[in-house]
Design a protein. Structure first.
Length: 153
């Protein structure tokens, strides 16, 4: 961050309201202020989650609660890794980042704008490429480990 203050995951960043956290649309915007490390980073430590919900204009069903625990941000602030979970619901997505997902619990159905549908559950791994647009539906409360790369424009 340009203020010289290093944000700790799970804590509100300076100048960001709870409403802003609920309305964020880009992983890069959300995670770019995360702390950086040069040590090996475990993804199983205790870290308070940031809680949000899909923006109202993207919500298609339910009242899902999203939780993110970002354990790692690289020095370029383009690569992120951590845990994400969500309760049941459905919302529109537009990916500007490439994301590797490894499902650890629950079940989701992802459908592209062109109608391609895929269902994933615990143990499944998949990549959502930048440019993907469609819907993300949580049919059973879910959790995943993520690795995200978002190239700077």
């Amino acid at each position: 961050m340009t203020s010289g203050h290093t944000w700790q995951p799970g804590a509100p960043r300076e100048g960001r309201s709870a409403a802003h956290l609920r309305a964020r649309l880009s992983w890069y915007e959300h995670l770019r202020g995360s702390s950086m490390s040069t040590a090996i980073v475990r993804l199983d430590g205790h870290l308070e989650p940031e809680v949000s919900e899909p923006p109202a204009e993207r919500l298609l069903g339910g009242a899902p609660e999203l939780q993110v625990r970002n354990f790692f941000t690289d020095a370029s602030q383009q690569f992120f890794a951590g845990h994400w979970s969500a309760t049941r619901g459905k919302w529109r997505v537009r990916y500007t980042e490439n994301e590797l997902c490894v499902m650890t619990a629950g079940r989701v159905v992802i459908e592209s704008d062109s109608g391609e549908r895929a269902s994933f559950g615990a143990g499944d791994a998949f990549v959502i490429p930048a440019g993907f647009s469609g819907t993300w539906e949580v049919v059973e409360d879910c959790a995943k480990i993520y690795a995200i790369f978002e190239a700077r424009a």
